[in-house]
Design a protein around this ligand. Structure first.
Ligand code: SF4
Ligand code: SF4
Ligand code: SF4
Length: 249
């Protein structure tokens, strides 16, 4: 049992125990009082289940019926700081490395899935890609030669089913609600809060912060602005601003 829970470790539980009992009673709940978002069961080829599955009993058939599997018996708990398209990509990259290459659905198909997920998490995806992602994942599941390939699309299919809105946000709004996908982040300065001290500009490795000609009421110096084309999304400026003027959107 691993991930964003208070008690991580190796546990032995009876069949029939629920995900909720494991996560909240044995695992001690979500770290930092954050919200539960998903739990992936069964190792890298398992599906990502949501709050609506928390009362699912842990047994072979129930986990498969919910869209995941028993697999290795592993369990990774995620909170709202996890981005589900990025999670699907992470697990699929692992499968690509493990693929022996004997059959093309797994060897080539999973690579294509990875490329599509990269496009989506980079903010270059389209609604057509989402459909293509689902179609190809289903074909790989049906046609791969062994269990590795047949289960490898589970993280993709389960996140498409359970976190569809998050995929749509990535391709339509070019937004990552978890703040994980760097290319979709925008660092912004609130010109009304910025006192124009210039500290952020001095520490910016990309020289992306410059002074505007606007001075907010009550301040003596003009505010600063970030050029998002130049910004490397390193995050150095945000922690250094004592006035809380910089945020990530
Ligand atoms: S599905 Fe199995 S046989 Fe086919 S490439 Fe993947 S690991 Fe090899
Ligand atoms: S550090 Fe904060 S207050 Fe100072 S210039 Fe930068 S954004 Fe403005
Ligand atoms: S995130 Fe980094 S690169 Fe971007 S403006 Fe801030 S300091 Fe500069």
């Amino acid at each position: 049992m691993a991930g964003q829970i208070n008690n991580v470790g190796l546990i032995e539980v009876p069949m029939g125990i629920t995900l909720r009992e494991i996560i909240y009673e044995i695992g001690g709940g979500i770290k930092g009082g954050r919200q539960f978002k998903a739990v992936q069961t069964g190792g890298p080829s398992g599906g990502c289940l949501t709050a609506k599955h928390l009362d699912t009993a842990i047994d072979y058939d129930s986990l498969v019926a919910a869209g995941s599997m028993m697999g290795s018996g592993g369990m990774v708990v995620m909170d709202e700081t996890s981005c589900m398209p990025a999670i699907a990509k992470f697990y699929l990259e692992f499968t690509c490395e493990e693929s022996c290459g004997k059959c093309s659905p797994c060897r080539i198909g999973n690579k294509r899935l990875c490329e599509m997920l990269e496009k989506i998490t980079d903010g270059r995806g389209t609604m057509e890609d989402l459909q293509e992602l689902r179609n190809l994942a289903a074909v790989i599941k049906d046609t791969a030669l062994c269990g590795l390939g047949q289960t490898s699309p589970n993280p993709v299919l389960s996140t498409l089913d359970n976190f569809w809105d998050e995929y749509v946000e990535h391709v339509v709004d070019k937004k990552c609600r978890a703040g994980v996908c760097k290319k979709l982040m925008r660092y912004e300065i609130d010109r009304e809060k910025c006192i124009g001290c210039g500290k952020c500009a001095k520490g910016c490795p990309a020289e992306a912060i410059t002074r505007t000609d606007y001075t907010a009421p009550g301040h003596k110096l003009a505010s600063m602005v970030i050029d998002s084309e130049k910004c490397l999304k390193c995050g150095a400026c945000i922690g250094g601003c004592k006035f809380g003027a910089i945020s990530v959107k």
